[in-house]
Design a protein around this ligand. Structure first.
Ligand SMILES: Nc1ncnc2c1ncn2[C@@H]1O[C@H](COP(=O)(O)OP(=O)(O)OP(=O)(O)O)[C@@H](O)[C@H]1O
Ligand SMILES: [Mg+2]
Length: 322
């Protein structure tokens, strides 16, 4: 349903005094030559440390920002260069759920207004609005909905707000949803409830879903497939159970080692690999993971490993895994 072909995204950074004196224009390749595809009804998790490009990729998928290179094809049609009518249809079919519910909702709007607004924007016939809002509220399991609808965001709990944000995406009956760290701002005690709702809706509606998290334990809970990103590149892509039981890439191995028990309320150990994430403005040549990698050899500096299938439906980008 979604086909991502060699997508990259470069950002210009603010120039420091040193950059100006030396005539430099610093950039960062937040996403670098990423390819992946997603079937209808499939839930894929994207994991990786802060700054590896997860949110940038998610925003490209729902056309909030354009890629600087490559293509995204949605249901057979490139999402770039759509005419107005196709664009409006795409905006209904693909939805993003933000990390911070306070950013996603207008503080001056009642919840009711926030839920009806996307229906107006998407030009859904008015006679359908009430039913769609009621349906979305049912799906996210919000009791006492009447009271909640007349509230303002600051009057609700974080868990209630995140359910509203999800409902706001669902009123459009999307077919594809990107959830960017949907529970990271929430207290651990309410996380499992939201994850359950998310998982149930994804299955019931047959949504294609991308679930972004730095936390492999959450992804394992929601997604049948897992993709690992490192510094803008995809290093592994496979069935979640295989990726966790038999991680192929040295970086995924480290991530898995840091998640000792399948518990979404657990805090994790630091990653068992040397060093920190390199400066994204000046990433290592060849394999971007090489300066932290226990397997690295000279070849890794000159040749970027391509993502290739080495087990059934399980791909890895490493010269030394077969
Ligand atoms: N608008 C922007 N302008 C400049 N640089 C950006 C912009 N957005 C992202 N970046 C840079 O791109 C890289 C990837 O950022 P991104 O937000 O996609 O990472 P992430 O994996 O979502 O991280 P996190 O887990 O912290 O949310 C980072 O180096 C970030 O600083
Ligand atoms: Mg992010």
């Amino acid at each position: 349903m979604i086909d991502v072909q060699g997508v990259s995204r470069r950002f210009d950074l603010n120039r420091s005094m040193g950059d100006i004196l030396k005539g430099r224009y610093p950039t960062v390749d937040a996403v670098s030559d990423v390819s992946l595809s997603l079937r209808r009804g499939e839930a894929v998790g994207i994991v990786g440390e802060s700054g590896c490009g997860k949110s940038t990729l998610g925003r490209i998928l729902v056309k909030l920002i354009p890629p600087s290179g490559g293509h995204v094809v949605f249901d057979g049609e490139p999402i770039a260069g759509m005419d107005r009518k196709r664009e409006l249809a795409f905006r209904r079919r693909a939805q993003l759920v933000f990390q911070n519910p306070f950013d996603a909702l207008n503080a001056h709007f009642t919840i009711r207004r926030s839920l009806y607004e996307p229906l107006h924007n998407a030009k859904i016939p008015v006679e359908e609005h009430e039913e769609r809002v009621a349906e979305a509220i049912r799906m996210v399991h919000l009791p006492t909905a009447e009271h909640i609808l007349d509230s303002y965001p600051h009057q609700l709990s974080g868990g209630q707000l995140q359910r509203i944000v999800l409902a706001r995406a669902l009123v459009l009956r999307p077919e594809f949803i990107v959830a960017d760290e949907p529970v990271s701002m929430l207290d651990v005690s309410v996380r499992a409830g939201i994850l359950n709702v998310f998982r149930q809706i994804q299955r019931d509606m047959g949504l294609a879903a991308v679930f972004i998290s730095h936390d492999l334990a959450l992804v394992r809970y929601v997604c049948e497939r897992t993709i690992t990103m490192y510094l803008g590149t995809v290093v592994e892509d496979g069935p979640t159970s295989d990726v966790i039981a038999n991680p192929l890439h040295p970086y995924t191995r480290a991530l898995v080692a840091a998640v000792p028990v399948p518990n979404v309320d657990q805090s994790h150990d630091p990653l068992p690999i040397k060093g920190g994430i390199p400066d994204a403005r000046n990433p290592p040549s060849g394999c971007r993971f090489r300066d932290r990698c226990p397997l690295a050899e000279a070849r890794c500096a000159s040749e970027r490993p391509v993502l290739r299938e080495v087990r059934a439906a399980h791909k890895v980008a490493c010269h030394f895994v077969d």
